[in-house]
Design a protein around this ligand. Sequence first.
Ligand code: P5A
Length: 445
Amino acid sequence: MRLSRYFLPVLKQNPSEAQIVSHRLMLRAGMIKQSSAGIYSWLPLGFKVLKNIENIVHEEQQRAGHIPMLMPTIQSADLWRESGRYDDYGEEMLRITDRHKRDMLYGPTNEELITDIFRSHVGSYKDLPLTLYHIQWKFRDEIRPRFGVMRGREFYMKDGYNFDLTKEDALHAYNRHLVSYLRSYERMGLQAIPMRADGGPIGGDYTHEFLVLAETGESEVFYDSAVTDLSFGDRDIDYDDRDQCQAILEEFTTKYARTDETHDEAVFNDVPEDRRRVARGIEVGQIFYFGTKYSEAMNAVVDDGQGGKVPVHMGSHGIGVSRLLGAIIEASHDDKGIIWPEGVTPFHCGIVNLKQGDADTDAACETLYSALTNAGLEPLYDDRNERAGGKFATMDLIGLPWRITVGPRGLKNGVVELTSRKTGESVELSTEDAVARVVEVYANL
Ligand code: P5A
């Protein structure tokens, strides 16, 4: 993409409404624009990152054997009356009446809708196990939407639902989700720690939240600092291997890590004192096992192969896709702007032409642009007639992990400059070597 033809409405001033750095930087970098409280338009740069995050989630869910689909945002109130949650959900639910005076709602989550789909089409244990998921907009009429996309009213969520014959099978589904979530967050450059939590309006008492540690996080968390040494890394996972998935769950959840809802001071005090931490975190996902809560209420039963009919065991599993943009920025920025992890960056590499209109720098930039594009990467070429300082400031603000700077002086010596956004380190290389270096970085992801 050439910046002269893109739509990147960066702000020079710090927007006064933004209280935390991620919100401020998303506004300044022209990623989002508020349309009303807690509801945002996703401008091109923000939309690109949102899609990158969504792609990682899709890939990892399908790797785990979970099946993508799409359900609507607007749901009928009748299903929610069946489960009993229509009244329970309270003012967070946005209720709508259609022209025929039917009660509708903008879905805050989809347990009812998916259970209805399941009971309409599945009647036998032979069709289990089954895990369906979608990535779709949700609406929760939060009393205090704040921090930009972090606590929105309209937000983008991946929600998956497992249907199993037995509790044991459903717990394996739970473990598969935990493993696939750990992989997903790491691909986004994040450490998200699973912590014992509370079921809230979704239900069940076996649930973990995934938290990214950050001072601006809304949740208070208590943990053994040894959990921060754990990393998922590059492992071969067989998602059908129950023992392997169970072992990973134990590896990541045995040490003390809980949100304030489930915190138990007596148990916490068993952690060696120098490892006890009280901090704040951003909840980027949550997994639940709630057994037969919805299947009993909504009569989602299967024939069990022994002449009986039994309600299925279920769980639901969510990732806050739009919230993740905020969480990643909270975890990765400096005073100049965002520092995108390579896994989610909107463009792979920036190209800065220090002397637009100079035949040699223009030609070198064009060469770089096509070489990177031909290698399957997306460069962002700042080809505007702007001062170098302004171009650098924009690149730093929008946080591309790599920048290639092209100027007449370097070209005389046959070099361009390759700079890492994260470390600030620069090296002088030939154009070919600069391209090769960037290509190699992304090939190793
Ligand atoms: C699990 C999937 C559920 O709704 N039902 C379907 C279950 N879980 S949850 O924890 O309530 O939400 C899942 C994730 O969505 C994100 N999230 C939000 N993001 C932005 N703004 C909000 N107002 C908001 N509310 C929830 C969180 O990341 C949460 O973990």
